[in-house]
Design a protein around this ligand. Structure first.
Ligand SMILES: *[C@@H]1O[C@H](CO)[C@@H](O)[C@H](O)[C@H]1NC(C)=O
Length: 115
């Protein structure tokens, strides 16, 4: 009985969801590829009909840990982009490595130059 109640509430919530002008709910996947060798090397890329694109790849890199000891770390780079309702496309290119996650995009704030 409780399960039926939960299902009824869930269905009510879904059908009562606000109906905007967005058709994102009907978006299709246009392409979607990935590979992973299971030992640290991977890549993926996908694109959807509502202008979302993403791709990334990763590999192992020999790094030094805090004690200067050699260790393998996963480094990755990729990009993602999307187009908003007004038609503006945003793109973020990123690197994630021993220096952290480093996103770059024309719409992202950058560190001001030192005086
Ligand atoms: C791409 O395929 C993976 C694996 O089947 C799936 O988990 C993912 O949701 C798919 N992405 C898109 C955008 O369809």
């Amino acid at each position: 009985m409780f399960k039926l109640f939960v299902l009824a509430v869930a269905l009510t919530c879904i059908s009562a969801a606000p109906q905007g002008q967005s058709t994102d709910g009907q978006a299709q996947t246009l392409s979607n590829t990935s590979s992973d060798d299971g030992v640290g090397n991977f890549a993926y890329a996908f694109e959807t009909s509502n202008s979302i694109k993403a791709e990334a790849k990763g590999s192992l890199k020999q790094l030094k840990d805090d004690q200067g000891k050699e260790t393998a770390g996963e480094v990755q780079q990729g990009s993602y982009s999307w187009t908003d309702a007004s038609g503006t496309t945003y793109e973020v290119k990123w690197i994630a490595d021993e220096n952290g996650f480093q996103p770059q995009g024309a719409h992202l704030p950058t560190t001001p130059k030192a005086p």
